[in-house]
Design a protein around this ligand. Sequence first.
Ligand SMILES: *Cc1c(COP(=O)(O)O)cnc(C)c1O
Length: 371
Amino acid sequence: MSKKPIYVTEPYLPPLEEFIPYLEQIWDSRRLTNNGPFHKQLEETLCDFLGVEHLALFANGTIALVTALQTLRITGEVITTPYSFVATAHSLVWNNIKPVFVDIDPITCNLDPDKIEAAITPQTTAILPVHCYGNPCDVERIQRIADTYGLKVIYDAAHAFGVRHHGESLFKHGDLSVLSFHATKVFNTFEGGAIVCPDAKTKQRIDYLKNFGFADEVTVMAAGINGKMNEVQAAFGLLQLKHIDHAIEQRRAIDTRYRQTLLGISGITCLAEPVHTVRNYAYFPILVGEEYPMSRDALYQRLRDHGIFARRYFYPLISSMPMYRGLSSANAANLPQANAIAERILCLPIYPDLAAEQVDAIAVMVSGAGL
Ligand SMILES: *Cc1c(COP(=O)(O)O)cnc(C)c1O
């Protein structure tokens, strides 16, 4: 195997010469940001590509999450998952909202709908689930609970770019869906993000909030933030979209190859593929079980020693972090499945340019033969 380290992901970069004409257009127009032509075009093109009605671009996914909560005026307590990237819970703290952690389903690694109702209090205003690894949450049951108790649902869909469920965009579910276009995600604009919303009125409020609250030159309707995506990012997104089907197809081939080559390794389990779902193959998580000859952390370290930088997404749990572990819902006894999965999970490298031979070499390492 080559000496070059293999990271868990690498950004998908189209050929540089294809980007130059976009830059020339920006230089010519002198429009660098503030809802410029590429920004408008990317919003329209993404709506078409994803099959959604309205979408507002953002500078990054975290500001989009913070703004999504403000859009719906969420307060009090919000039910969420401990099994995610820290930004999910941080976005609540930035809005003075108390996160209430609920355990996950060990098969999907998503919020367990069976556990949600017991966590609802008079202060609960919303549910903030994550489509972990791009695998759909139980959207129907979550919506039924939200309807029964009058709660909003905001999906952290940072992993779920392009995912379709029962023949339509996964982003049609919930009140809002929040995307991340960070360099490590399936679709990237270096940094970036978006909120998908169902109607023009909500989109307008989001657009005000991401631009300091300006409704027009003299009217400021709220203490908005600067969450705007600039023209270079938007142009890069447009170029990237031209290649995205091919990139996801390459990811699919890697996913299939891993599943074949890892089959039968005692103690290694690939996560089940979701049904009725068009996937994006954003991650390749495996579970390292008791029967495996070494611990998850030992395997993680041995792979590192061989230049393979697998990642423990998600370990440690958000609920174990100093700013959250004091919450009663963060107690490990309340989150047995999340705690168990966090100890066993390992995400193997997957990205479009990862060669089949590299996938095979990684699988050989995991099988123990190469260690
Ligand atoms: C990446 C990610 C975010 C944050 O997105 P940024 O664009 O990096 O700010 C939020 N939630 C989840 C689950 C993520 O994976």
